[in-house]
Design a protein around this ligand. Sequence first.
Ligand code: PDD
Length: 280
Amino acid sequence: MIVFVNNEFVPAEKSALSPFDRGFLFADGVYESIRTYNKKLFRYEDHIDRLKRSLREIRLDFKELASIKNIIIELIKKNELENELLVYLQITRGAAFPRTHSFPKEKISPTIFISVQELKESKEEQTDGVKVILQEDVRWLRCDIKSISLLPVVLASQKATEENAAEAILLRDGMITEGTHTNFFAVKDETLYTAPKSKLILEGITRKVVLELCEKFKIDFREEFINKDDLKSFDEFFITSTTKEITPVTSIDYWTINEGNPGKITMSLQTVFKKLVEDY
Ligand code: PDD
């Protein structure tokens, strides 16, 4: 596998990073995951806008964003991959010695790392739906930044894996924020509900596309937090992300929803989403 790191294309096993990289020492960096449809980078501008925002919020000055698209295209060519791809892109504040918590005084270059891999899509999850579990949201209070500091996500996600669930849905003060790496939606009386844009969630690009589809197809939606205690009053649930697209949720902890069948609105949104990406 060829990766792009420290401004060069290198085989992953030959790439080297300084142990003083602030990404390694402090998780001082941000990232994006972007996928292709029909070999084209899906909603690339939205991902780059979100990356710019993340960089700005952590005060990381990175000027070369305009050249990234060509680097990604070059990396895809070098890896000679078939099928649809997932691009991982990470920028850290760079390497500095001695280790100081505050920004280094001298000017350092940010570290950029990009990898591409073939996407493993689970058709079954999308047609049959998945189980999710509920977990306390112990992340920091700036979940709107796509930070590489993901330990709470790692632990909640591992708990989900151990319970044969596809995702952990996170609760802050009894309110549902989002999944560890997905946004969460519920449907009641043909109206869609999802947590509002705020510092408590990441504004997913797929979430944005789903809300655009709702506008187009005249499906009502409300950006409101859902209380855990009200979950049973909803008819359907689904999660969204770059890799999971629109995945129905058919059980939450020990509750099997609608006899384990994906919901109607969920499936019709999935159909129009699939059409949109097919034509991308
Ligand atoms: N995760 N919320 C969180 C916390 C996420 O990490 C993600 C994406 C999403 C969905 O965003 P989008 O629709 O733009 O993929 C919501 C990516 C896939 C990741 O961690 O690799």
